[in-house]
Ligand binder design. Structure first.
Ligand SMILES: Nc1nc2c(ncn2[C@@H]2O[C@H](COP(=O)(O)OP(=O)(O)O)[C@@H](O)[C@H]2O)c(=O)[nH]1
Ligand SMILES: [Mg+2]
Ligand SMILES: [Zn+2]
Length: 311
């Protein structure tokens, strides 16, 4: 039988088979000696299992498929050869923000996007929740610029259910990593999509905190197909702090222009003949995005930046 690993608790590995059954598995001893340079087995890994006790749904994992990509903990400043994988085969990162309450801080949103871009996951989209508080139009006026940058943006309300069906379609058949500040309604949205998960609302980090010492990810199956990954935050994964010289790779609109700069290693801050600063002058890059870039470049904290919210 084939399946996907939902979670790993020391020696016990929960597998959801393609037939939709949960099996508790152990790993074939021979497999433990492989994969020396990466994490042996984590949530999201595709596996083949053999039944040991079919009645109790206990099995043995006899094969682990190669990973297409991984969400891994970054080890800044070390060339430690072993990759610390938190989640295998993530398809997309969903960055959740609120249209109001908390007051939107666009620099903080940019910070989350940079962290997401610094991961191996290519597909990133934004969810603006709590549009019941502002109306969708006002939310679009504030966050529409992110669609111009190239990110798909969904507008939702976990309270009224607005936009939730479109979001459900986006999540279908994919492994989605959830990110965003606390209080924006991540748990509420997931509960709206999958009430049986019954995540606690109004609690900081109700999922994935301290329960398992390893803090590996856990996958929550969605009845429409696909999984929500409960992972440590992007900050905890070390994706938060990026070196100034790699920062321009993580702003799509800057990344696109960088090849036109005079210097191949242009940081776009002081160099002459910089295509990016030229675009900023012409208003082709959003001023707020440029401000985030320079703030992050100089290591300024964006967490307390204010003044960009809906009033
Ligand atoms: N008005 C409104 N409140 C919401 C919405 N979604 C969540 N909330 C409230 O926002 C607070 C934080 O929600 P929670 O789901 O715990 O956010 P999380 O920290 O991102 O998981 C709770 O008081 C929720 O009731 C929404 O769409 N509209
Ligand atoms: Mg929560
Ligand atoms: Zn430049």
């Amino acid at each position: 039988m084939h399946g996907i690993v939902l979670r790993v608790l020391s020696d016990f590995i929960d597998v959801l088979t393609d037939e939709g059954e949960r099996w508790q598995c152990k790993l074939l001893g021979r497999l433990k000696r492989r994969r020396r340079r990466t994490t042996l087995i984590v949530a999201g890994d595709r596996v083949r299992i053999k039944p040991v006790n079919a009645e109790k749904r206990e099995g043995l994992i006899v094969h682990i498929a190669p990973r297409t990509r991984a969400l891994s903990r970054r080890r800044p400043g070390s060339d430690f050869p072993i990759e610390d994988v938190i989640l295998a085969n993530p398809d997309e990162i969903m960055v959740v923000f609120a249209a109001a309450r908390p007051e939107p801080n666009l620099h903080l949103l940019d910070r989350f996007l940079v962290a997401a871009e610094a991961s191996e996951v290519e597909h990133i989209f934004i969810v603006i929740n709590k549009i019941d508080l502002t109306g969708e139009e006002k939310a679009r006026a504030l966050f529409g610029l992110y669609e111009d940058v190239g990110y798909p943006v969904f507008y939702t309300s976990a309270v009224t259910g607005a936009g939730v069906d479109a979001l459900k379609r986006q999540l279908r058949d994919r492994i989605t990593v959830l990110a965003g500040p606390s209080g924006v309604g991540k748990s509420s949205l997931i509960n709206r999509i999958e009430p049986s998960l019954n995540l606690r609302v109004g609690k900081v980090m109700d999922i994935g905190k301290g329960r398992h010492t390893t803090r590996r990810a856990e996958l929550h199956p969605l009845s429409g197909g696909g999984f929500i990954a409960d992972t440590p935050g992007l900050r905890e994964l070390g994706l938060w702090d990026v070196r100034p010289e790699e920062l321009s790779d993580y702003f799509p609109e800057i990344r696109r222009l960088a090849p036109q700069c005079r210097f191949a290693d242009c940081t776009h801050v002081t160099e002459p003949d910089c295509a990016v600063r030229e675009a900023v002058k012409k208003g082709e890059i959003f001023p707020q995005r440029w401000e985030s870039y320079t703030m992050l470049f100089y290591g300024l904290d964006v967490d307390d930046a204010t003044g960009l919210g809906v009033e």
